[in-house]
Design a protein around this ligand. Structure first.
Ligand code: ZN
Length: 402
């Protein structure tokens, strides 16, 4: 099985699928079709049914149930890699029987002192970058894991399984790709994104998210004769930020703690602008954070005059937990699958959003499971083949008739 996983994985990571911000189209880059077409071919070779590639670069296919099961389970992974770091000419390096020492790559090194998890991977097979690109394990490890699971069932036709639906999707890294998914057409009772890290992860809590735009209008007057009149928007913008709770910032928070993150500040005397993202797993706590923004607006308008500060809050996405709890077959099934392999499932709150959270809100409960990848989004990215194998075994168990 390891060879099958590795073969798929190495083939997919070598295909450049970087997505790109601000393109106003899905997929954001045409090159994502290059992987999509290879996947269509691989699915055809496996003999899957209803293989489709849409104009928005969604690849879907079905392996029909070979037993009495009427259950339809979906497995989803994204094809694109992050826009922030090169995914061109990925040259994966294989480290067999890892000896626990520093792994030297071009210009960088994977050092167990910096990445202590490496100490747990001694003796394992690691796949790294050559130091100059991402690896694309996020999320081609997920794509390869799903393909290896399909490969297992196609080659073991006596093993009873449910209806297995797969979807390989575009533009996860820039957000928004999944909005073009035909959830009804996918036809599943529930699904999983295979887009986490560790093989023992089952994640079904993510942030509730909104954004806040703070616009400050000042009054620009010659500084020599400004006494009692000038309203310096840049300074008022700084004051706005200083009035927000000091410790509710990303650099001070962890686990279930929410934050307000100042992503952008710009301005001069006449006008200034602050852009924040607000995050919390707890809906009511997020409302409190939003209230802090509105109260700060009111306070500063009282101090500097009506209309000085204008806050606009927009909803971004919601925590999937509430919906998952209403029908938690997906979580329960994954937990049973992992335990049958001797894996104790771990559920950490995701400090971000996932495509699965969006799918859940679109009506398809979709928690997230791990891939066997590490250190996403940069040249330190790597994967552990034995952990990918555990993920594939978990997927096989999930799809098994129970
Ligand atoms: Zn991902």
């Amino acid at each position: 099985m390891k060879n099958t996983i590795l073969e798929y994985f190495l083939k997919y990571v070598k295909i450049d699928t970087m997505s790109m911000e601000d393109q106003n189209k899905v997929p954001s880059t045409d090159k994502q079709f290059n992987l999509a077409k290879v996947l269509v071919k691989d699915l055809e070779e496996l003999g899957l049914e209803d293989i489709k590639l849409t104009e928005h670069c969604f690849v879907t296919a079905v392996l029909k149930s070979n037993c009495n099961s009427n259950l339809h389970i979906g497995f989803v992974a994204h094809m694109d890699t992050i826009p922030g770091f090169s995914g061109t000419n990925v040259n994966p390096q294989i480290v067999n029987n890892y000896d626990g020492k520093v792994i030297k790559l071009k210009g960088i090194e994977l050092n167990p002192k910096q990445f202590p998890f490496l100490n747990d991977l001694v003796g394992k097979t690691l796949i790294t970058t050559d130091g100059t690109t991402v690896l694309g394990a996020d999320d081609k490890a997920g794509v390869a894991d799903i393909m290896a699971m399909l490969n297992y069932y196609v080659n073991n036709p006596n093993q009873p399984h449910v209806n297995i639906h797969v979807a390989f999707t575009p533009d996860e890294e820039i957000g928004g790709g999944i909005d073009y998914m035909d959830v009804k057409g996918f036809g599943c009772d529930f699904a999983y994104t295979v887009d986490g890290l560790h093989y023992d992860e089952i994640e079904y809590e993510n942030f509730n998210a909104s954004s806040a735009l703070v616009e400050v209008s000042g009054l620009d007057i010659h500084p020599g004769s400004a006494k009692g009149q000038m309203k310096n928007a840049a300074r008022i913008a700084m004051e706005f930020d200083s009035l927000l709770p000091e410790f509710e910032r990303p650099e001070y928070t962890d686990g279930y703690e929410g934050f307000n993150h100042l992503c952008e500040i710009s301005g001069e005397v006449g006008s200034a602008k602050l852009v924040y993202i607000l995050r919390n797993h707890d809906k009511n706590k997020l409302l409190k954070q939003q209230n802090d923004f509105m109260n700060t607006e009111a306070f500063l308008n009282n101090k500097y005059g009506k209309g000085t500060v204008k806050v606009t809050i927009k909803h971004s996405y919601s925590n999937m937990r509430e919906l998952i709890e209403k029908d938690d077959r997906c979580v329960k099934r994954a937990e049973v699958a992992m335990r049958s392999l001797g894996i104790e499932p771990v559920s950490n709150p995701i400090r971000g959003g996932t495509d699965g959270a969006k799918l859940t809100l679109m009506g398809l409960n979709t928690p997230n499971i791990g891939t066997g990848g590490y250190n996403c989004h940069g040249p330190y990215e790597m994967a552990c083949l034995e952990e990918m194998e555990l993920v594939v075994k978990t997927l096989i168990e999930i799809a098994k008739e129970q």
